[in-house]
Design a binder for this molecule. Structure first.
Ligand code: FES
Length: 117
C-alpha cells in the first residue's frame, strides 16, 4: 500500500483529540490502538465484549455497513444512534468518531438458596 491509500481517522471527546492515518479498510479499533485513543476492548476485537463502542460524528457513510454480528450485539438503530462497534466498523474514507465509555461487565447473579427448616 502507498500513502495515498491512507485515510484520516480522528477520535475526539471531552478529554482530547487523537488523530491517525490508517490504510483503507482498517477497523476503528485498529486506528485507536495506533494513536492511543481510548477505545476499549476485552475481546481483542473479535466482537464479543461490546467495550469498543464509538459514536460517529462525521462521515458515517465512510464506514462499512454493520453486519449481523454487530447488529446482534448493539441492535440495528445505528442510523439513529450513530453508534458502532470499533472492532467491526471498517473505514473507507476520513471519519471523526467519539469513543464512548466502556461498560463494566455485568456482575454474576447470586442465587440465594432458601432454607426450609
Ligand atoms: S473489541 Fe470486543 S466487541 Fe469490539
Amino acid at each position: 500500500m502507498t500513502q495515498c491509500d491512507d485515510i484520516a481517522v480522528v477520535f475526539k471527546n471531552s478529554d482530547g483529540v487523537w488523530r491517525t492515518q490508517v490504510a483503507v479498510g482498517k477497523t476503528l479499533l485498529a486506528a485507536a490502538l495506533k494513536c492511543g485513543a481510548p477505545v476499549h476492548s476485552l475481546c481483542n476485537g473479535i466482537g464479543a465484549c461490546v467495550q469498543c463502542k464509538v459514536k460517529v460524528l462525521k462521515n458515517p457513510d465512510n464506514l462499512s455497513k454493520p453486519e449481523s454480528l454487530e447488529t446482534e450485539l448493539i441492535g440495528n438503530l445505528y442510523h439513529v444512534t450513530q453508534e458502532r462497534l470499533g472492532c467491526q466498523a471498517r473505514a473507507f474514507g476520513d471519519v471523526i468518531v467519539e469513543p464512548l465509555p466502556a461498560r463494566l461487565p455485568k456482575k454474576k447473579r447470586r442465587f440465594r438458596t432458601h432454607r426450609t427448616s
